[in-house]
Design a protein around this ligand. Sequence first.
Ligand code: 5GP
Ligand code: MN
Length: 319
Amino acid sequence: MSTKEQISALLLKSQSVLILPHIREDGDAAGSSLALALLLKACGKEAIVLYSEPLVPTLQFLPGGMVYTEGMELPAYDLCVAVDCAAPDRIGSRLPLFENAPHSAVIDHHGTNPGYGDVCWVEGSSAATGLMIYDLYIAMNIAISPASADALYTAIFTDTGGFRFSSTDARVLRTAASLLDAGAHHTKIYTEVYERVSPQGYLLTARAMSKTKMYFGGSVAIICLTQEDFIAAGEKTENTDNISSLPRTIDGVELSVLLRESKNGEIHASIRTKARINAAAIALSFGGGGHERAAGFTVKEPMDTVEEKLLAAIEACMH
Ligand code: 5GP
Ligand code: MN
C-alpha cells in the first residue's frame, strides 16, 4: 500500500486526470471525487469526474462531473484515479479506462481493499474517503473553497449516516467543523440528502419495513426487496441507501441484511452490524467487501438461494 505523499507526488506530476468514483455513486464517492477534481484544478491541472450513471436525485445538487457512456470521446489523460472503490470491480464498465491509463492510482478507505493500481492509498481507519481528500488539501496546502467544502462535507456527512454511525470519531467532527468554517452549506446538504425522498421511495421503504423477517431469536433482521416491490411502489431507481441501515435500528438486532433484486437479476446485499459481528468478513466470503459495521456484495443467484447461504454464513459467525 502507498502513502499520501506518494499520491500527492503523482498528482503533482500529472497534467490531466480522470477520476472514477465507484458504481452506484453515493455521497462519499461523488463528493470525494468532485473535491479531488477541484484540488487538481487549483493546482492548474485538468480533471474530469466520470460517473458510471447519473447521480441519484438526492445528490444532484453537487455540481460538476459527467456520465460515462461506452465509446464516448474523452480528452487524453495521463493519470486515472479510482476513488472510494474497494476493489477493481467497483469501477464497473469503466475499468478499461483505469487499466489502460498511463498511470493509475487508488484513494480508498475500505479495509478489505486488496491493493491495485500503480499507487494505492488506503486508510481503513478513515470514516470516509472524503476525510482523506481533506487531508490531501491540507498536506498540499490548497485552500478549501466553499464548493470543495460542500463536496467534502457531503462525503463525510453521508458515509457516517449523518454523524450517527460508530465511525463518527473526533477526526470526523473536527473536519466537519473546519468545513463549516470553509463555507460548507450544512443545512442545504442535510435537506438535499435526507429530506428529498420521492413518494415512490417512501412507499418502497414502507414495503421494505413490512417485509422484515426476524431470525435467531430476534438478533438478525432480513429484508428481501424484489423487482415486484419496486414496481408496486412505482420506484424506478434501484437506490435503497435510505433503507439499508433501517433494520439494524430494531432493538436486539445485531446484524441486518437488505437483499435487493436488480432489473438484471443480480442480488445486492447490504449488511449492517452493531457491536459484535464483522460485516466485512461475511461480505468477503461472498466476494464483496466493505467495513466492520457496513459491507456488501453482489451475486447473480436466486433471492432464496442467497438468503439461505447468508443465513448459514451468519449462523457460523454468531457462535
Ligand atoms: P452498501 O450496503 O451501502 O451497498 O455498502 C456498504 C459498504 O460496503 C460500502 O462501504 C460499500 O463500498 C461496500 N460494498 C458494497 N458492495 C460491495 C461489493 O460488491 N464489493 C466490495 N468490495 N465492497 C462493497
Ligand atoms: Mn465511502
